[in-house]
Design a protein around this ligand. Sequence first.
Ligand code: NI
Length: 212
Amino acid sequence: MSIRPILTFPNSILRKRAEPVKKIDDDIMNLIKDMKHTLTEASGVGLAANQVGVLKRVIVISNAPESDIVAYINPEITNRKGKRSVSEGCLSFPGYSGIVTRSISVSARYIDEAGGKIKITASDLLSQALEHEIDHLNGILFLDHLRDHEKLSSVNPEYRPHTHDINVSVKVQDNKNKSEYNKKLYTKVGIDDLKIALERADILKDLEQSND
Ligand code: NI
């Protein structure tokens, strides 16, 4: 087991499409072991084989700090639901993050290390990581999903992409129409989304006052 160097942008391998794994042999098992070790050392959420210079369809994701890192062989997204804006980074862009549009949940199928065919439906960070890592296998990078007016911003090297559990409920009373408008803005958001949510809440508050 060894740590493999992580390729950084603009290395051209990051733009190449990875080939499907035909047989889970010793090479693939060693690749998976090394990728798990490399991800742990880098304190990352996910890693695709392209990022260690291997054009095979293998990704590893650390879904929660205490849980084991899971390897996904030949992963494919079969369904996407909803859209949300999230803050995202990538081990191939150390020190940078940006706000991207991702699905609220995804369904995917993959082969596990034992060769089993698995189907899952994921939300939150796992959904985001599956989209991000499977993109890597197709040569797509998170900056391809940056929202129109967004640019990559440099972040503190200590920064790790993370989310906060919050509920922002906004109630606007429309006195003219005698109706009430309730909107839950976000449930699980990144720090940048939190700022946007708070800005929007302010706009709605102004609207509320103008109705008085
Ligand atoms: Ni990445």
